[in-house]
Structure formats: C-alpha cells, structure tokens
Design a binder for this molecule. Structure first.
Ligand code: NOJ
Ligand code: NOJ
Length: 621
C-alpha cells in the first residue's frame, strides 16, 4: 500500500516513511532530485572501508551489493567498480569535492588488486590476472567457478582513472599522475592492447566470445590512454591498436542491429542491452553522429536502440509492459532469452535507456542539426511521424521538426525514468531487477551499486551535465580491412600507488585426482592450507572436473598451478563435496599432503586417491 504523499525534502535531508512504492503523485523532476541523493549515498554506502552497508570491505573496494545470499554479491567486480567510479569521477570533476578521498582510495585499491594472483592468472609476466572479473571484499582472490576472463574490466578501469588523471593534470598535478596513477593505467592499457582480439566472457558473465560492450570500452580506453600518454610524454605501445579495435567494433552490425556477441556459440539472437550500455559509456558530447566510435546519436546506434526496446514491448515477455503505447518508455532488461531469475527488467538498463536518449538529445543540440538516414528513420518516426529519410533538420524555431524531435525524445527519455520510478520503493533503494509481472516487485541483489550509479549518471545528463570529451577532434578513419593484431604488453606493479612488489610467480602444477562416486548435482572440490587452495575456505576451493568420470572409475580431477615459493612446501589438502539444494559441504575425514617442489621443479602428481569418509545425499529439491 502506498500513501499519497508522506515524503518531503527538508534542508537536503530525505524524510520518508515506509510506503510500498513511490507515491505516484510525486512529479518526475522532484522524484529525480530526491532519488539522486539517495542513489549517490547508496553508492558510497557500498564502498570500503567506511561504507555503512559493507563492513569488512577494504579501502577503495566497491562491493557490488550488500546482499550475501540469493544472490551473494558481496564481492567486488572490476566492471561494476569501474563504471561506478567513472560516475564518481564525473561528479567530482563537476564540483563535488567531497568525493576525492574515495577516488584516492580507489586508485590505491586497484593498484593492489592488479597484483593479486587469481584463477585468470597473474600480473607478471603477461598481465593475464587483470582479466579476473571479481575478488573478495577484502581484496583477496576468489577461486570459485566463474565466467572468466572478462576483458572489459581493465578498459573500464583505465577510463575511470584517466578521467581523474586528466583533472589532476589540469590542476597542476602532472607529476603525481605520471608517477602514481599512470603506472596503474599503463597495466590496464597493456592488457587491452594485448588481448582485445582474444575471446572472453561478456558483461553478463555468460557468453564466451567477443562482446560489443567490451570492444567499445576497449576502444575508448586506448584512445584516451594514448592522448594521456602523449601529455605525459610516455610511450603507450598498446594504444596503437586502437584503429584495429575500431575496425572490429564495426563488425557487430548485422544490417538491422548490433549483435551483442560474435565469435560465440550462445545461440542467441543478439539483441541485448550490451549495445545500449556501450554507447552511453562511450558518450562524448562533442562527437559527430557519424563517428565510428558509435555514439548514441549514430544512425545505426539509434536503429539498434529501437530494435532493442521494441523487443521488450512484447507483453508475453514482460507482462508489466502491457498497454504501454509504442512511443512511451517501458521496462527493459538484459536480453530476451534471459533466464537468470526467469529474466526480468533491470533498473540500470531502464535508466540506461533514458540516459541514452538524453545523450542523443544533447548531441543533436550541440550540433544544431539532426540528419536522418534510411537506417535511423524507424527510430525517428516514433518521435516525429512526418520524419523523412535523407533529410537534415536544422535547429531554427520552436515549431521546426528539429524542435519537435528534441522535445519528443526528451519526453521519451523521461518516460523510461517514470517506469523506474513506478517500481522504486519509497526507501529509494534500488535492487538489480524488478519482477516482469505485476506488481513489479524489486528482486535479486538489493541496493545494487551499479543501479545507484546509473541513476546518478542519468540524472546528470538530464540536467545538462556532461563528462569531458575523450575523442580526438579530427575525424576517425576505420581501416579498410580488419587485422587480428596484438601488442605485447609490459606489466609492473604500480608501487607508487600502493601496490606491493611482486615478482614473476613460480608455480608448480599439481594434478589432483580422486575417485568419488557422486550423484547428479553434486560436485567435488579440492581445498587446502595455501592461498591457491583457498586456505581451507570451501568458497575458495578449486573446482574439479568430471569429464572422465565413469561408473567404474568415478574420477574427479583438477590441474592446479600452486605457488609455494622457491623452496617448495608440504601442502595439506582435502577433497570436499558440494551438495545440491544449498546443503552444507561434506568434507573428507582426513587430511592429505603433497610435497610440492619449488619453482623450476618438476610438476608433481598428487596422490590418486579414493574419497575418505561419507558420501553426499541429494536434498531432492
Ligand atoms: C551470475 C551472473 O553474474 C549473472 O550475470 C548470470 O546471469 C547468472 N550468474 C546466471 O548464470
Ligand atoms: C551480474 C551481472 O550480470 C554482471 O554484469 C555484474 O557484474 C554482476 N552481477 C555484479 O553486479
């Protein structure tokens, strides 16, 4: 139940009482003003060390959500953290000086995280560890099964840090940028230049392939990274890959929309919010609409936007969109085939759709004209039924088509925010998703940092606040043929920013094998007394594979690189069973040991064993 109006804003303090949803009577502008404060605070509450919702998070670590179960998002993802800090840096650059200590903590936290060895690899010698998607709240590695590597993280982090670096340079702190921040950025750019053409998991952590969002984020990082390197007078070998990345970016276009994932075998149609979130992360107010960087006002990007949104108008997909006119904003989600929690609309995507339209409006307005092509015509017809292709509308007076389109697009953007408002609880807290069927109850991770950050950036665009430009002023050319190239990166710990000294790890690969008869749904892991084996924490155990499992030989095996230092070590371990239906782990009843030689030693084979102790029992869920 909700009351009509029990909310008021007193001297900047949000006074609300608990009502089930935002009183529908609150006008949009007022809602945005109030929610913006809640959202910014919501972001800060999820950042260590003093975020009130995330005790235990290390300094500068952005927790995805305070939720510890169903789902457990009490980790830091490089993507979420970097997109969030891009927004924080933009707010800071725009005058919110209180945010600087958070940014400094972030720089330091990221310098440290870069050096943490993890299941994707290590910083040295070849940067592979930078592709790790997530870490624990205290900044240590997460060993669990995950879609890795994810190659958007380093690019997005570079972009957030470059924004800060550019501000520092404008404020006379070039030396600090050069010695403290650039080394962090340089590792990330090296990673992008080296691996942009290698497949990885998409931003939704599900599809292995090449992903539009990732490629676009990578392109941006190399362009602005190259410019920053120039200013600092330092080399950026990776940055010369930018034209090739731009070439790849064009290839996602299928004639109707941008296919979210290519070089994949997801079997999906390719309509995906991936291709909406990319252009808003790459937004540059000064860019030309035909820039191959694929800005929100680009004709293909607009056509793609319409295909994406219209996909979710289907009320058998999202019943809450039933009855909404085809020119109004609706609830939108990741992609139509989504089955994560049955597939629902997401706040950050619905707000992202609004931000996308505010961006396009700002670009038309900056340019003072709108050019419609046959490709973008369907998008414009929804805003202005008399639109015609191959025409340019110039900004003249208030009854011009230009003005009609700008007004309609702004109202269209607002209508997406109104949808988000409708499903925002009166506390203003934003979860990850809201139910696709009435009453559209919030669901999945509560107080999701990325949802809050998306509200903050959307509201900035709506009020005409835009981040600094990143594209060069000359027009870009796409190479006539795309080449699969790669620049070998150089990596080193950013010690001036707080990273520990690390050296090239010396690992010895140990093969663990155990015969353990399991039921369908039960999995076996190996856990032990060293970091690489999870320090006896089952959540950080190493997964084992059952690809050679047969009835007579129920083999579970794992080949795990262990870093035990130069002298070798005797490592203690156990096999453990993960039960279905959320039941407790089943541990073996005795410890095992393996003698692991130091680096340079021969690879060893862990004893092949038979499970010792009780088996598991299906919970029958
Ligand atoms: C968690 C991932 O983060 C999410 O993107 C995915 O959809 C679900 N797991 C299901 O695979
Ligand atoms: C699942 C989303 O699919 C992914 O993009 C995100 O990084 C994580 N949740 C954490 O928010």
């Amino acid at each position: 139940m909700f009351r009509a109006s029990s909310v008021l804003l007193l001297a900047g303090v949000w006074v609300g009482s608990t009502v089930a949803e935002w009183p529908q009577g609150v006008p949009l502008g007022e809602f945005i003003l109030q929610e913006r404060e809640i959202a910014l605070q919501g972001v800060l509450d999820n950042i260590g060390p003093s975020g009130t919702k995330v005790p235990g998070a290390a300094a500068g670590i952005v927790i995805a959500s305070p939720s510890k179960e169903n789902p457990d998002y009490f980790y830091t993802w490089t993507r979420d953290a970097s997109l969030t800090f891009k927004t924080i840096v933009d707010e800071f650059v725009d005058g919110n000086a209180d945010l600087q200590p958070y940014i400094d903590d972030f720089v330091r936290a990221q310098a440290i995280l870069q050096t943490v060895s993890n299941p994707s690899g290590t910083l040295l010698p070849s940067g592979t560890g930078l592709g790790e998607p997530k870490y624990k709240a205290d900044g240590t590695r997460f060993n669990g099964n995950w879609g890795r590597p994810q190659r958007d993280g380093p690019a997005l982090r570079a972009t957030a840090l470059i924004g800060y670096a550019n501000w520092l340079i404008q404020h006379g702190e070039t030396e600090r940028v050069k010695t403290v921040i650039w080394p962090v950025i340089a590792n990330d750019l090296s990673y992008v230049g080296q691996y942009w053409n290698s497949t990885g998991f998409d931003l939704w952590e599900e599809v292995m392939g090449s992903s539009f969002f990732t490629t676009q984020a990578q392109y941006r990082s190399l362009v602005e990274g190259g410019a920053l390197a120039g200013t600092l007078g330092v080399p950026c070998t990776a940055c010369s890959e930018a034209p090739q990345v731009l070439c790849l970016l064009q290839t996602y276009w299928n004639g109707k929309y941008f296919t979210a994932n290519i070089n994949d075998n997801s079997g999906r149609g390719g309509v995906d919010a991936n291709t909406i979130l990319g252009p808003i992360a790459a937004f540059d107010l000064q860019a030309a609409c035909d820039s191959p960087s694929l800005q929100p006002c680009h004709s293909r990007v607009l056509a793609n936007f319409k295909v994406f949104v219209d996909t979710f108008r289907n009320s058998s997909l999202y019943p809450i969109n039933a009855g909404i006119s085809s020119t109004d904003g609706i609830a939108v989600g990741r992609y139509p085939e989504d089955f994560y929690l049955n597939g629902n609309p997401w706040y950050l995507i619905t707000l992202g759709a609004a931000e996308f339209l505010y961006d396009a409006v700002a670009q038309w307005t900056t340019q003072g004209s709108i050019t419609i092509t046959p490709t973008s015509l369907p998008f414009y017809l929804d805003l202005y039924p008399n639109a015609t292709a191959n025409g340019t509308y110039k900004r003249c007076n208030e009854i011009s088509p230009f003005h009609t389109i700008v007004t309609a697009a702004t109202a269209y953007a607002d209508s997406f925010v109104s949808v988000a408002q409708r499903y925002t609880p009166s506390t203003g807290s934003l979860a990850e998703q809201f139910l696709k069927s009435p009453p559209g109850t919030p669901l999945s991770a509560a107080a999701l940092t990325w949802s809050f950050a998306s509200f903050v950036s959307m509201s900035a665009r709506r009020t005409g606040r835009f981040p600094p430009s990143w594209l060069p002023s000359f027009s870009l050319t796409v190479p006539p043929t795309c080449t699969a190239s790669s620049a070998t990166g150089t990596y080193s710990p950013a010690t001036a920013a707080g990273a520990p000294e690390v050296t090239v790890p010396c690992t010895t690969t140990v093969r663990f094998e155990v015969n353990a008869t399991t039921y369908y749904g039960e999995n076996v892991y190996v856990v032990g007394n060293i970091t690489d084996l999870g320090d006896w924490d089952p959540e950080n155990a190493q997964t084992m594979r059952s690809d050679r499992y047969t009835e007579e030989w129920p083999l579970w095996h794992a080949e795990v690189p262990l870093d035990v230092g130069p002298d070798g070590a005797i490592v203690a371990y156990k096999y453990i069973r993960q039960q279905d239906c959320g039941q407790a782990w089943v541990w073996e009843e005795r410890n095992r040991t393996v003698v692991v030689p130091g680096c340079g030693g021969e690879g060893v084979i862990g004893e092949e064993g038979v499970w010792v102790g009780k088996g598991g029992v299906s919970g029958g869920c």
